[in-house]
Design a protein. Structure first.
Length: 551
């Protein structure tokens, strides 16, 4: 664009800031002409930069941004917003602007300007304005799990206080003995909780600050391995389906750099895998998904992408499992060296599926054909940041649930092949007892979800999606119609839904009945029994008065 016509940039900012930014931009790019007022332009601007000093009304910013769009329809708008902002991320992403920069430096600004001039989009929001509403998160923990989490949190908090008092050790011998005794009690209570609940700690090790003496080492990223920014960073070089997929792939890959940990509050088969194998498996699935999308784009127009997608699922899992295990890795079994990848391929069940996976069309249509995405009742193009974030959640959910299916098969094979455990599983699961306890709890959790929880979610039109957020698996609960799945339930599952419907139907009548009984009791106590007691007391008082009068 810069080679065919002059680049004219309109910079709207406070005077001192505008002059400084204009000088720095033109110093780095002499071909850019920066104007501080609209009347200084010699033609239509190539880009409008609006630096907002303070946000007093989001509606006023929206009106001004739309006015700029009506005045220069094809000119992108770049908003520079302040750091101390309390507006929700969803509201900022809804602004009609091609670029959003918050708390950015000169290099970020230059990169954003270049991307917007080339027809892309840029979003850089800090962590403070990039948090979604916690009420949208799925509260997947039951009463027992909540009690375990709260107990571990309390023990960890007390242990931190004791450790601080013991570092350095106190000079008074009695105080030191008391503190060390208290520390032993807390560690014993911590071990007792984990012993009672078994491998459930695997799913909660990253949800609470467990003590380092825990049997399962925490995989929470350390301070030196945290991502560069915990906010929202989106860069689209173009506004098409391919660029949207590349942006999603870059964001997921960056999120997996520190590792993958479980923040769902429930047990996952992935928790049993070695942290490196776990991360490699998800990355391998991401690479295979990219290959499948390329293949689907090359399919003839008369072929259904959904049908081809279903046919490629088995091959996709095989390639991902081979990439994770390594093509040349061999491990002894019964006295002979056997290739790990081939044994895994022979044992795994690639026809299994997850009933909680949404329809693939919601993810494939925008990424293949650029079809709009429905977000909060609005049809948005895939390059819109809100649509892109929703597509990223769908991709992350598919990655985690597919990796979970593969992880279950790996745990089953490790139960038959003990030598494989050191290569694939956590150190704590080398023990046969711990591995069997983990598998048994996974099976119990699966049966509970299938018989009880899934009918409840279907009747309430809820679906739990797994999102990757800075290396953590985070559950998100969405509302969507699931009537067709509800009608396809088995007899027992339909009875669970029928119980919910019966409870909803009888609850108002039962509430009214209890309220009427309560009103009747109040009437009896106040009008009948209360008055009777009052008359009796009055008679006693009158009798005592006469007796005292005679005396």
């Amino acid at each position: 664009m810069a080679a065919t016509q002059p680049v004219r940039i309109l910079l709207q900012a406070p005077p001192l800031l505008a002059e400084s930014l204009a000088l720095q931009l033109t110093r780095e790019q002499p071909g850019w002409a920066v104007a501080l007022k609209p009347d200084q332009l010699t033609g239509r601007p190539s880009l409008v930069i609006w630096s907002i000093d303070a946000v007093t009304s989001l509606a006023a910013i929206d009106r001004e941004a739309r006015a700029n769009g009506e005045r220069w329809p094809s000119t992108p708008l770049l908003l520079l917003i302040p750091e101390d902002l309390t507006i929700a991320q969803e509201a900022l992403l809804a602004l009609p602007a091609a670029g959003l920069l918050q708390n950015s430096d000169l290099s970020d600004l230059q990169g954003a300007v270049t991307t917007l001039l080339e027809g892309g989009r840029v979003v850089r929001l800090s962590a403070g304005s990039g948090r979604s509403n916690p009420s949208d998160r799925a509260s997947t923990m039951g009463l027992g799990q909540w009690l375990l989490v709260s107990g571990l949190q309390q023990i960890s908090s007390d242990l931190q206080v004791i450790e601080a008092l013991l570092n350095p050790p106190p000079t008074q011998l009695l105080l030191r003995i008391v503190l060390e005794g208290r520390r032993r009690e807390l560690r014993s209570a911590h071990g007792l909780l984990l012993w009672i609940w078994g491998p459930l700690q695997l799913g909660l090790a990253d949800s609470v600050p467990l003590h380092p003496s825990s049997a399962i080492p925490s995989t929470t990223p350390t301070a030196g391995h945290q991502p560069a920014s915990a906010g929202t960073a989106i860069t689209l070089r173009e506004r098409n389906a391919v660029a949207v997929w590349e942006a999603i792939q870059e964001r997921i890959t960056a999120s997996l750099q520190p590792g993958l940990s479980n923040g769902t509050g429930r047990l996952l088969a992935l928790d049993g895998l070695n942290p490196e194998r776990r991360r490699e498996l998800v990355l391998a699935l991401l690479q295979q998904l990219e290959a499948v999308l390329k293949r689907l784009r090359e399919t003839p127009a008369n072929t259904s992408p959904q049908e081809t997608w279903g046919q490629l699922q088995g091959e996709l899992r095989r390639q991902a499992l081979t990439s994770m295990a390594g093509s040349y890795v061999q491990i002894p079994r019964a006295g002979a060296l056997l290739p790990v990848a081939q044994q895994l391929l022979d044992h795994a069940d690639f026809s299994s599926s997850d009933a909680e996976l949404p329809e693939a069309d919601a993810m494939l249509s925008p990424l293949l054909a650029g079809q709009p995405v429905l977000v909060n009742g609005q049809l948005l193009p895939p390059d819109d940041p809100r649509a892109l974030l929703q597509l990223e959640i769908l991709v992350s959910n598919w990655l985690i649930r597919t990796a979970e299916l593969i992880g279950s098969d790996l745990l089953d094979l490790c139960g038959e092949w003990p030598e494989l455990r050191r290569y694939l599983l956590n150190d704590a699961l080398i023990s046969t007892r711990e591995l069997e306890r983990l598998r048994n709890q996974l099976n119990s959790q699966l049966r509970w979800d299938d018989w009880i929880q899934r009918p409840i979610d279907l009747y309430e039109s809820k679906r739990t999606l797994f999102q990757l957020e800075a290396g953590r698996i985070v559950p998100i609960q969405r509302l969507e119609p699931r009537d067709q799945e509800l009608r396809g339930l088995g007899w027992w599952q339909r009875q669970v839904a029928l119980l919910l419907e019966t409870r909803d139907a009888l609850a108002p009548q039962l509430h009214a009945l209890i309220q009427r009984i309560g009103d009747l009791m109040v009437l009896m106590l106040t009008q009948v029994i209360g008055r009777g007691i009052g008359l009796i007391g009055r008679g006693i008082a009158q009798g005592m008065g006469r007796h005292l009068g005679r005396g």
